[in-house]
Design a protein around this ligand. Structure first.
Ligand SMILES: Cc1cc2nc3c(=O)[nH]c(=O)nc-3n(C[C@H](O)[C@H](O)[C@H](O)COP(=O)(O)OP(=O)(O)OC[C@H]3O[C@@H](n4cnc5c(N)ncnc54)[C@H](O)[C@@H]3O)c2cc1C
Length: 408
């Protein structure tokens, strides 16, 4: 009988395979239970994204392969066939029809039937000590068999297994488990966070949502979508997306940056034309009474452009028109830090993709050692893409293991 250790709650079962799941926490899938605000956004229809790298700023190449093996449609089919019908929202996000993440948790728990689940069992060490008797390792620093044609020699907390799948999630608690192993570890940084903007003129508009785009001038980082003004700065899908694209850049700059908001998400020329049209249509009307945006935000723009609130369109002139165009399309704010969540939504970084075979997700150095989910240097924007990465990569690992001893 082959033995498989899964580190981090998740499961794969097959005839003559003994699966042991090591879970540090007191319950399996406790994070899954709170995903999507307790509703679990389990995948996306991928219709709203132009290229895979828009959804996966890190790990696009692996995800291209993994999605071929287990796609978003496979996710929906898998859950539906196991008693969790799903529903697609207008924003391309899939949820269980019951809107209850616990239905997803319970479904996976049922699929884990037969596996030995060891709760409250943190894995501290994956390999045996250097120089122990494990397959006469030819690399004394690692203590793991690195002879390519021999599978085995893997140990989890000192217990031997034929295969080990590491699914320990984001590496914010450190990578001590991998100490002494020859694996590339991309330093973990948080992704998907809100931004602090210490500008009272902006934050007094809290609660307001605009269909905008945000960028970081001097870089190529840019994201569009609903932008929410909060009492500490900005949030909403556009901000979270920008934080994902610029996760490493912002970390390197200690979360101090300038962001530019394009309040209409349109080009300068288009916005100038819109303003000219309003000016020729209602020249005697006050600008503040003919808003191009929500009233309070429009008044903020007029004031930031240095114009009197009672100015009329006819009085604007080309200088005034240029000023309003500039603020509407390139309204800059200093960012003083990232929003303080108790836990970050996802971690960018982790096991570097150079350490693994992208088709099987097996370690290049240590036969039988696999990685799936957020522990890998793969992460996505919001919308169900992160869980899809977990489902797809877990499937690839399970498939690779079963294939290696010819069940499929
Ligand atoms: C609040 C919140 C809401 C989210 N909502 C969504 C959403 O709706 N849709 C979406 O796509 N993504 C969402 N995400 C992201 C998504 O939850 C993660 O990307 C996903 O859970 C990653 O799965 P994983 O199995 O790789 O890691 P995790 O789900 O983090 O599981 C890792 C497990 O490993 C265990 N573990 C860690 N170290 C050890 C160790 N040494 N020994 C034993 N066990 C260990 C942990 O206790 C944990 O149970 C959300 C994240 C958060 C924080």
């Amino acid at each position: 009988m082959k033995t498989v250790a899964i580190i981090g709650a998740g499961a794969a079962g097959a005839p003559d395979v003994a699966v042991t799941v090591f879970e540090a926490g007191p319950r399996p899938m406790s994070k899954l239970a709170i995903t999507g605000g307790g509703r679990c956004n389990l995948t996306n229809d991928f219709e709203g994204i132009r290229s895979l790298s828009d959804a996966y700023p890190r790990g696009e190449r692996v995800m291209k392969r993994a999605l071929k093996a287990f796609s978003n449609d496979d996710t929906i089919r898998w859950f539906t066939e196991r008693g969790v019908p799903c529903t697609l929202q207008e924003d391309h996000c899939w949820f269980p029809c019951s809107q209850d993440a616990m239905d997803v948790v319970r479904c996976i728990q049922r699929a884990m039937d037969g596996a030995e689940i060891r709760l409250g069992t943190p894995v501290k060490e994956i390999a045996g000590q250097a120089g122990n008797d494990v397959n006469h390792s030819n690399d004394v620093n690692h203590g793991i068999d690195v002879t390519p044609d021999v599978i085995g020699g893997l140990k989890v907390n000192g217990e031997p297994f034929d295969y080990v799948v590491v699914t320990t999630g984001g590496m914010n608690r450190g990578a001590s488990m991998f100490e002494g192993m020859d694996l590339e570890i991309v330093p973990p940084v948080p992704s998907l966070f809100t931004l602090n903007i210490p500008d009272k003129n902006l934050t007094t508009l809290m609660g307001l949502v605009a269909e905008a785009s945000i960028s970081i001038p001097g870089t190529s980082f840019k994201a569009s979508g609903p932008l929410l003004i909060t009492d500490w700065g900005i949030s909403g899908p556009a901000t979270l997306k920008l934080s994902s694209y610029a996760a490493r850049y912002l970390a390197e700059h200690q979360y101090k940056a300038i962001v530019a908001i394009n309040w209409l998400d349109r080009s300068e020329n288009e916005v100038r034309e819109m303003l000219q049209e309003s000016a020729s249509h209602s020249p005697q009307k006050q600008i503040s009474n003919t808003p191009l945006l929500q009233q309070r935000l429009w008044e903020h723009i007029i004031s930031k452009a240095g114009l009197r609130p009672d100015i009329r369109w006819a009085e604007l002139g080309s200088k005034g028109l240029n000023r309003v165009t500039a603020i509407l399309t390139q309204d800059t704010y200093p960012v003083s830090g990232k929003g303080k969540f108790k836990e970050e939504f996802v971690t960018a970084g982790g096991i570097g993709l150079s350490s693994i075979d992208l088709s099987t997700l097996e370690s290049k150095k240590y036969p039988g050692l696999f990685f799936a989910g957020e522990v890998l240097d793969i992460d996505a924007i919001t919308g169900g893409f992160n869980l899809q990465a977990a489902w797809s990569t877990a499937y690839v690992c399970a498939h690779s293991i079963l294939k290696s001893f010819s069940y499929i």
